[in-house]
Design a protein around this ligand. Structure first.
Ligand code: R5P
Length: 292
């Protein structure tokens, strides 16, 4: 019951402090809902405007690939050093401690493995996405692949419908078709298709001319790391992507297959958030590796 005899009139309306009408800090997000912005703000550092996502969703396609044999041993210790964890429901539920409070980007599509043709045409149920406390959802589109392009775009669009219903941002994972040229034209097309279909984040691959890919994609772009490279090359790639305007990385193998994964994710963070040059980041990596 309200206390009707103690209704105090407000007397502090901040008349000299106009409401903040400045724009939201992430590209393309200004017209999004409060829920989308709030989730994006969990993933993207508010000072740098960037993110270091740790990708460990590979097993649903590849099985226990190198570095992911035991996610409880390989990935869980890295979790606190990542800005966001990108994985599948089964591994997150069974091997990431629930005390972890890093935001989760949940891999929400499935369908086939590397043993057959890629064809991700099944989505998790909406209740699963909610129950996993997902801060973002991810699904793949296979642009340029005759057999699966239409199915994967339709699947992705359905996921965006679900994300929009619950204000959960959706990340578009641009796959590289077997016969596709890995160039800015192809990745630019795939990234734009993801954004046109409602992605709030696009994950693609770094390539020469990447500034055009970023410029033509109206939402934050993060790069996958791809196959394992020597540490300096992976750091150079991250640095070049950031210089071209990328909003961070969603990196897997170049972190968890490194000889010192914690040192590597910290070095990548140095590039993404602190503007370290590749040589400085490598020095940080070597120092942390030797301290471990
Ligand atoms: C690809 O479908 C997966 O989403 C991987 O998460 C992605 O390729 C990033 O991992 P990596 O840095 O190992 O390429």
């Amino acid at each position: 019951m309200a206390d009707l005899d103690d209704i105090r009139d407000g007397d502090n309306f901040g008349l000299n402090s106009p409401a903040d009408t400045s724009k939201f800090y992430l590209k393309g997000m200004n017209s999004m809902s409060w829920g989308v912005k709030n989730r994006m703000a969990r993933i993207f550092n508010r000072t740098s405007g960037r993110t270091v996502m740790l990708a460990f969703d590979h097993g649903f396609l590849m099985g226990p690939t190198s570095g992911l044999e035991r996610i409880d041993l390989n990935i869980a210790p890295l979790a606190e050093h990542a800005d966001c964890l990108m994985g599948c429901r089964g591994t997150i539920r069974t091997m990431i401690p629930p005390e972890n409070t890093q935001p989760v980007c949940l891999r929400a599509d499935t369908g086939t493995t590397i043993l057959t043709e890629m064809n991700h045409n099944v989505l998790l149920g909406e209740d699963e996405m909610i129950s996993m406390n997902a801060s973002a959802l991810a699904a793949m589109i296979a642009i340029g692949d005759d057999a699966t392009e239409a199915k994967t775009i339709a699947n992705f669009s359905r996921l965006v419908d679900i994300g929009n219903r619950y204000d959960i941002p959706v990340m578009c994972v641009t796959a590289v078709g077997k016969d596709m040229a890995r160039d800015a034209r192809y990745f630019g097309l795939a990234s734009r298709v993801g954004a046109e279909n409602g992605a709030s984040i696009v994950k693609t691959y770094y390539t020469e001319g990447f500034e055009n890919v970023v410029a033509a994609t109206p939402v934050p772009v993060v790069i996958a790391g791809g196959k394992k490279l020597p540490e300096i090359e992976a750091l150079e790639m991250a640095h070049k992507a950031i210089e071209c305007g990328a909003a961070g990385v969603d990196m897997g193998r170049n972190v968890f297959q490194s000889e010192a994964p914690i040192a590597m994710i910290k070095a990548v963070s140095g590039v993404v958030h602190d503007g370290l040059k590749p040589a400085e980041a490598l020095e940080l990596f070597e120092t942390l590796k030797n301290e471990a």
